[in-house]
Design a protein around this ligand. Sequence first.
Ligand code: AMP
Length: 189
Amino acid sequence: MLNIVLFGPPGAGKGTQSERLKEKYGLVHISTGDVFRALDPESELGKLAKSYSDQGNLVPDEVTIQILESEVSKHPDAKGVIYDGFPRTTAQAEALDKFLASKNTGVSMMLSLVVPEDELKTRLIARAEVSGRKDDADPAIIQNRIDTYNSQTAPVADFYDGQDKLKEIDGVGSIDAITQRLFEAIDKN
Ligand code: AMP
């Protein structure tokens, strides 16, 4: 199985690039952020997720890991999966390793999109116009998402680096140029 962790801070282009990787390699795309946004906002789980995501905080690991595992289990015949926005903590990365090992597979690589902070903020503010996402519209929440990424999520790259699976990709440039960089990194593997 080709299991790709597509990594990077908010606004790095993970969602956009995931669509392209999915098409080219015939993968299932799982975005935990999309799964949370699709929950019934009146359900207990929906309310819980929203109380964190609207503020730009991480949903607790226990809930997120369960959601991820149930999402992966919906695709037993997948050739591979793009993990977009997961894992976001080292505990989530450890849980993913365990879960995939139980299916006799593992993470193939982490592709980490590298984008400077100023550029992320510009992109997120522009995205708010079309996404309608509350967490894209408010500069203080954007800052909290970036700070959360730096403190809690960035260490996940070290986790995969320790397994020799980290590939850093320049995430600045045209969408097509970045897609080509990702394709090259996957094809070289
Ligand atoms: P995203 O669409 O990836 O930007 O995620 C939107 C929000 O959903 C995040 O700010 C978090 O509140 C929540 N979220 C998504 N994925 C995770 C995750 N792996 N762990 C914890 N919270 C998450």
